[in-house]
Design a protein around this ligand. Structure first.
Ligand code: C2E
Ligand code: MG
Ligand code: MG
Ligand code: MG
Length: 290
């Protein structure tokens, strides 16, 4: 404490700052090691249709498991990779790996579903993003119709004109675009009509209290109605409970993602899961999904 260290407040802050700097330095070194030693891998979380219970897609999620077995959350290390200027190469690896994987699944005869890949700010602002995406599609042989890119709204409105151009070019390639964490940013609704996207992914923050908070229910209902009138599809993120699922079905939401249905899984587990009978289908099907 500052007092114990001689009553000077700055000692406390200096210690804090030093600790932060040391931590950051350590993490940076560990991330460089991780790249060298291939400690990154992807997990895939299913996105499930509320229309027929089928798997409509999987979201690729980056994972880092250190050699000692500890896992670090992407929420922690992705901003760090971004700061270090490494996110574009890691992001390209994610895109490439996800496209290769999706292509394998199709060749293996699994029922077709989309793979969606998150883009970070730096990646989205990269002038040659389209070239990178085209290269991944070509190498993997994946039909662009089975690739979706997830971009956050705050990222797209940083430069609306540029974003619209980029999104149009990606759409022309046959890829679909989802707005991730919709509603969680500080952006206004006005820009939405300018953005050529296919899907809104409603942020988990609105789903958590959906069954108990009237305001959240009203917001989710409004977003679903608005999206549909604009010709967009809606995915609800972070569905953890049966009553949230019931409400989403009654509100006309067509797709859900969340621990209640399936967690993110490594490849072998996902493949088993896809082929296995679903524990949620007993809950879903009696609802008479339209
Ligand atoms: P996101 O894109 O919104 O991904 C969804 C996150 O919600 C994932 O966290 C997923 O595990 C979690 N999730 C899904 N369903 C539930 C649920 O029912 N309950 C709870 N509590 N969580 C749920 P994860 O994997 O930790 O990723 C966090 C964020 O890191 C992602 O949020 C995304 O913004 C970023 N991220 C992950 N992989 C990548 C990547 O390859 N590239 C980039 N640029 N960002 C990534
Ligand atoms: Mg996402
Ligand atoms: Mg999200
Ligand atoms: Mg996110």
């Amino acid at each position: 404490r500052a007092k114990q260290a001689g009553g000077q407040d700055y000692c406390y802050f200096t210690d804090e700052l030093t600790r932060d700097a040391v931590n950051r330095f350590q993490m940076e070194n560990q991330l460089r090691q991780a790249l060298l030693h291939k400690e990154f891998f992807l997990e895939y979380q299913p996105r499930i249709s509320l229309v027929d219970g089928s798997v409509r897609g999987v979201e690729a999620l980056l994972r880092w498991k250190k050699v000692d077995g500890t896992r670090v959350s992407p929420a922690e290390f992705i901003p760090q990779l971004e700061e270090m200027g490494l996110i574009t190469s890691v992001g390209e690896w994610v895109l490439h790996t996800a496209c290769m994987q999706a292509s394998h699944w199709q060749e293996a005869g699994l029922p077709p579903f989309k793979v969606s890949v998150n883009l970070s700010a730096r990646q989205f602002q990269q002038a040659d993003l389209c070239r990178v995406v085209a290269k991944c599609l070509e190498h993997s042989g994946l039909d662009p119709a089975w690739l979706e890119l997830e971009v956050t709204e705050s990222l797209m409105i940083q430069d609306l004109g540029e974003s619209v151009t980029m999104l149009n070019r990606l759409r022309e390639m046959g890829i679909s675009i989802a707005i991730d964490d919709f509603g969680a940013g500080y952006s206004s609704l006005g820009y939405l009509k300018h953005l050529p996207v296919n899907t809104l992914k409603i942020d988990k923050g609105f789903i958590d209290e959906l069954a108990t908070d009237v305001a959240d229910a009203a917001i989710v209902q409004a977003v679903i109605n608005m999206a549909h009138r604009m010709g967009l599809e809606v995915t609800a993120e972070g569905v953890e409970q049966a009553d949230q699922l019931d409400l989403l079905i009654s509100l006309g939401c067509e797709e859900v993602q969340g621990f209640y249905l399936a967690r993110p899984m490594p490849v072998p587990q996902l493949e088993d899961w896809i082929l296995a009978p679903k524990s949620y289908s007993r809950h879903l099907l009696p609802m008479g999904l339209y």
